[in-house]
Design a protein around this ligand. Structure first.
Ligand code: HEC
Ligand code: HEC
Ligand code: HEC
Ligand code: HEC
Ligand code: HEC
Ligand code: HEC
Ligand code: HEC
Ligand code: HEC
Ligand code: HEC
Ligand code: HEC
Length: 307
């Protein structure tokens, strides 16, 4: 601690940096200071400062040159973009991805980061992270998370401004509570759909269950739509003009989309049951199905979810 403080105050060195072997092309981070003082002087706050402070890493994984490559030619030429091996402003998205993954590949499942919708659309690490000018305290994000995501996903902002919504704009939740911007595996709860980078919680669960754990089950009597099709069959995940984030304004219209007698599967081979004849659909009482079928997400005591 005191040693670190001393180094910062004296300003003579970035840390316990090893002297790189002559001939390697690496010159060490201290050499960068004279021409890039602003970046250099802020670097001790960067999580990447660890690569110097630890002092154990080889030069290609240490300090400025860990990302920008060996700096000898650049220093001898007194600067220039072409002389530094990794000048990010000249790099293609795929090259940036590879440069960061040289150290960070262990943080992400390979298939997810390589095949994510973001990577496929050339949205890579430096689109969301700012190594030298991050205005937020965590994760070197280029902007506050929601604002950054909205910058490219404007329609989603409108969804989180609807009358019923998850409170993302209020700062109560973030996109990353449900999404992994680095890509996610195909969901296990909806067959054959695009993953939409919805993060799976433990046990391949929907992220919703991290917070709404009472909907998790297993229940003695499952409502298959919850288990198999997933929450977003009936709910909008972001926001809705309908109470409880429902996809339809009236509850019975949500139900009747499936309960229309189609198919010949299910517990009794009758497909998805029509509501029984006892239900008088002209009676408004029957239109709010969940006043009686209260345990609509599954029940431990009644196969018709009545209690
Ligand atoms: C973790 C990787 C990483 C490390 C470590 C790193 N840089 Fe950078 N640097 C970048 C990236 C990425 C950019 C492109 C701009 C951005 O996204 O912030 C950049 C841009 C720059 C630029 C030019 C543009 C600007 O933002 O002013 C300079 C100069 C620079 N870095 C110098 C340094 C110096 C000096 C160090 C060591 C103190 C260093 N870098 C350490 C990744 C890194
Ligand atoms: C003698 C001065 C000098 C030294 C020492 C120096 N640089 Fe530079 N560097 C420059 C100048 C000048 C530029 C601007 C080039 C331009 O914009 O055309 C530059 C640009 C850069 C860039 C920007 C490339 C881009 O994407 O625009 C990076 C990265 C960089 N330097 C990294 C380093 C690193 C790392 C070190 C230490 C190993 C270092 N520099 C040492 C003078 C220097
Ligand atoms: C030379 C190896 C190396 C390279 C290359 C590298 N990083 Fe890192 N990165 C690290 C280390 C080490 C840490 C600190 C990890 C820790 O604190 O446990 C780190 C931390 C981070 C963090 C912060 C994580 C946190 O928990 O706060 C982000 C974000 C990050 N890196 C992004 C990038 C990006 C974007 C690039 C490419 C421009 C990149 N890194 C390139 C080694 C590297
Ligand atoms: C679409 C935006 C986006 C892209 C592209 C992106 N990140 Fe991130 N990254 C984020 C956000 C947002 C967080 C913070 C997540 C949180 O709050 O839990 C984060 C967190 C991180 C972290 C720290 C926590 C963790 O998940 O391990 C690291 C390290 C990191 N990113 C590195 C990278 C690297 C390396 C790349 C490129 C291969 C990259 N990121 C691409 C948005 C992005
Ligand atoms: C630099 C622009 C950019 C940023 C920043 C960005 N995205 Fe994206 N995002 C895209 C593009 C481009 C696509 C692929 C095209 C599409 O499907 O919209 C995409 C796709 C997605 C998808 C999949 C959409 C689908 O239809 O399958 C999700 C989910 C997503 N982004 C969430 C996020 C989140 C969360 C953040 C913030 C952490 C974020 N994005 C930040 C540009 C961006
Ligand atoms: C409560 C969990 C949750 C939060 C918070 C959340 N999302 Fe989503 N998002 C989802 C789910 C689930 C889907 C998939 C919906 C589907 O496939 O019908 C989705 C789909 C998307 C899509 C693709 C479909 C579309 O509507 O265009 C984008 C883009 C997206 N989210 C961006 C974001 C951004 C940006 C944020 C933060 C501002 C965010 N999401 C916050 C759960 C969430
Ligand atoms: C980070 C925790 C968290 C996650 C993840 C989450 N929710 Fe929520 N959800 C909440 C909280 C807290 C509320 C209470 C309403 C508020 O914030 O104003 C809520 C409200 C709701 C409501 C409305 C309840 C009411 O009484 O009006 C529904 C429906 C809902 N969430 C469904 C989902 C679905 C579907 C997902 C996954 C796509 C999900 N939630 C993910 C925390 C979460
Ligand atoms: C078959 C359609 C359907 C599916 C699938 C579904 N829900 Fe619901 N959900 C409803 C209906 C209908 C209501 C409104 C109940 C009411 O008005 O009493 C509701 C209400 C809610 C509420 C607010 C009231 C309460 O009971 O806490 C939350 C939270 C919620 N659902 C979360 C989820 C989550 C999380 C999932 C996925 C695990 C999910 N729902 C799947 C139909 C569904
Ligand atoms: C995504 C399709 C889907 C939606 C939407 C849906 N259900 Fe179901 N529901 C099913 C399936 C599939 C079964 C199981 C049928 C079987 O096993 O015979 C079922 C079973 C039931 C049962 C048990 C009946 C029986 O015959 O075992 C009731 C009661 C029920 N649903 C009520 C509702 C209500 C009320 C709603 C609206 C809030 C609703 N469902 C929305 C698909 C759906
Ligand atoms: C007033 C309470 C009440 C309301 C409202 C209600 N139900 Fe029922 N529902 C019942 C009862 C009680 C049963 C079992 C006895 C019977 O079949 O009448 C039942 C049975 C069912 C069954 C099983 C039928 C079978 O053949 O196995 C389904 C499916 C069903 N309801 C769906 C719905 C749907 C969809 C709605 C909304 C349109 C709804 N219910 C509204 C009380 C209600």
């Amino acid at each position: 601690m005191w040693a670190l403080l001393f180094l910062l105050l004296s300003g003579s060195s970035l840390g316990a940096e090893e002297k790189p072997a002559p001939g390697s092309g690496f010159v060490g981070s201290n050499v960068c200071r004279s021409c890039h003082p602003d970046i250099w002087l802020n670097f001790y706050k960067n999580p990447h400062y660890k690569t110097i402070a630890l002092g154990k890493e080889p030069p290609e994984r240490t300090g400025c040159e860990g990302c920008h490559g060996p700096g000898k030619a650049h220093v001898e030429a007194r600067g220039g973009k072409q002389t530094i091996p990794r000048a990010f402003s000249l790099m293609k998205p795929g090259q940036i991805l590879d440069a960061c993954l040289a150290c960070h590949s262990k943080d992400f499942a390979r298939v997810n980061i390589r095949r994510s919708e973001h990577t496929q659309a050339d949205v890579v690490c430096s689109s969301c992270h700012s190594i030298h000018r991050s205005p937020v305290p965590k994760f070197l994000l280029a902007q506050k998370q929601n604002e950054m995501c909205y910058g490219c996903h404007a329609p989603v902002r409108a969804q989180f401004s609807m009358p019923f919504k998850h409170r993302v704009n209020e700062g109560f939740m973030q996109c990353s509570d449900c999404h992994n911007p680095h890509g996610a595996s195909a969901p296990s709860w909806r067959m054959g759909v695009r993953p939409r980078m919805v993060e799976q919680a433990s046990g391949n669960e929907e992220p919703c269950l991290k917070c709404h754990s009472d909907k998790r089950g297993p229940f003695t009597f499952e409502h298959p739509s919850v288990r198999v099709d997933g929450c977003e069959t009936c709910h909008f995940p972001h926001g809705s003009t309908n109470a409880k984030l429902l996809r339809r304004p009236l509850i019975f219209t949500v139900c009747l989309e499936c309960h229309n007698g189609a198919g010949n599967f299910g517990r009794r081979g009758q497909g998805i049951a029509l509501q029984s004849a006892s239900h008088n659909m002209l009676d408004p009482r029957y239109q709010r199905c969940t006043t009686c079928h209260v345990r609509i997400h599954g029940s431990n005591s009644d196969p018709l979810f009545l209690r």
